[in-house]
Design a protein around this ligand. Structure first.
Ligand code: SF4
Length: 286
C-alpha cells in the first residue's frame, strides 16, 4: 500500500478500509493545527490508487466501506472524484460507501447536481472539521470560512443527501469566549443536518500560530471549567427540537457502523439525529 506522510482516520471509521487518495492538506492555515505542517498536498496518481485497490481486493474483496485518507480528498474536482469512485467500485464490487475528510471550502466548487451524482456513485460520509459555527472564533482560528459559508455549503450536502459529520472544538474561542461560541455554533449546526457532531478540545501544540500567540500574550486559553460549561451550553441548544430541522433524506448506509461505536457516543434523548462523541484524548486538529 502507498501511504505517505501522516495517515489517520477518525475512530468511527475504524472498520473501514483505508485507501490513500491524497496526502497533506490544501489549506494548512488553521492556527491551531500542526498536523500536516511539513507536508505538501499531493493527489495519489491513478496508478498508485489502482495498485492499492488491487491489493485491498486480494485481502478484502468484500469490503463495504472505504475511507479515503488525506486531510481533504474532497478538494479534488468533480471529475477526479467521479473517476476514483467508479474505479473503487470496479475493484470492490460490494463497496457501498466511500468516506473522507472534507473542508467547507471543498464543497464550494461543486454544484448540487454534481454532489447528487457523487452520492449515487457511493461517496457518502464527509468528516468536516468545522470546529465552530461562530464567526469570531472561525476568524481567530484562521479557518478561512464563515458561518454563512458553512450554512450554504452544507445545505448543498443536505440537498444532495450526502451524509456528513461535524467537529466542535471547545476552548477555541479563548478565555471568556466559550459561551458565545457554544450558542452561535449550536444555533448554526441545528439549522443543518450533520449525522453527528464530534467534540474535542483545543490543545496548543508548539509550532502552531495559536501557541505563539499565547506565548506573546495575544491569546489566552480557556480553562477546564469554562470548556465544560461551554459544552453544557452547546448540547441543549444543539438538541433543542425547536431549532433542529430533521432531514428525512438522511441515508442509513452508515448507521450500522455508527451503532458499533454506540458506547462512545453521547446520545441526545429523543431525537437520534445528533450524536455527540466525546473524545477523551484531547487533540488540537480537525
Ligand atoms: S485543521 Fe484541517 S484544514 Fe486546517 S490546516 Fe489542519 S488539516 Fe488543514
Amino acid at each position: 500500500m502507498h501511504f505517505t506522510g501522516r495517515t489517520w482516520r477518525p475512530r468511527y471509521e475504524a472498520n473501514s478500509v483505508i485507501l490513500q487518495a491524497t496526502s497533506g492538506c490544501t489549506y494548512g492555515k488553521c492556527r491551531f493545527c500542526s498536523l500536516y505542517k511539513d507536508e505538501c498536498f499531493r493527489m495519489s496518481p491513478m496508478e498508485e490508487f489502482e495498485e492499492d485497490l488491487a491489493e485491498i481486493k486480494s485481502f478484502q474483496p468484500g469490503a463495504r466501506r472505504v475511507f479515503w485518507t488525506g486531510a481533504n480528498p474532497f478538494a479534488m474536482s468533480y471529475e477526479n472524484l467521479k473517476l476514483r469512485a467508479l474505479t473503487v467500485r470496479d475493484y470492490l464490487i460490494k463497496c457501498q460507501t466511500m468516506a473522507m475528510f472534507a473542508s467547507v471550502r471543498d464543497i464550494k466548487d461543486k454544484e448540487v447536481w454534481q454532489l447528487k451524482k457523487l452520492r449515487a456513485m457511493g461517496i457518502n460520509g464527509l468528516s468536516i472539521g468545522t470546529e465552530s459555527g461562530d464567526d469570531e472564533t472561525l476568524a481567530l482560528a484562521g479557518k478561512g470560512y464563515t458561518a454563512a459559508d458553512i450554512a450554504e455549503q452544507c445545505g448543498k450536502l443536505d440537498e444532495a443527501g450526502i451524509e456528513y459529520y461535524f467537529v466542535y472544538m471547545t476552548g477555541l474561542a479563548g478565555k471568556g469566549g466559550g459561551y458565545r461560541n457554544a450558542v452561535n455554533s449550536a444555533r448554526l449546526f441545528s439549522r443543518l443536518n450533520p449525522y453527528f457532531i464530534s467534540v474535542d478540545s483545543l490543545t496548543l501544540f508548539p509550532g502552531t500560530e495559536l501557541y505563539s500567540m499565547e506565548k506573546e500574550g495575544r491569546f489566552a486559553a480557556a480553562g477546564e471549567k469554562e470548556r465544560l460549561a461551554e459544552l453544557q451550553t452547546f448540547i441543549p441548544i444543539s438538541s433543542s427540537p425547536s431549532r433542529r430541522k430533521i432531514s428525512r433524506k438522511q441515508p442509513s448506509s452508515h448507521l450500522s457502523g455508527i451503532c458499533r461505536f454506540a458506547p462512545i457516543f453521547l446520545r441526545i434523548p429523543a431525537p437520534t439525529f445528533i450524536r455527540l462523541r466525546l473524545i477523551c484524548l484531547r487533540r488540537g486538529n480537525r
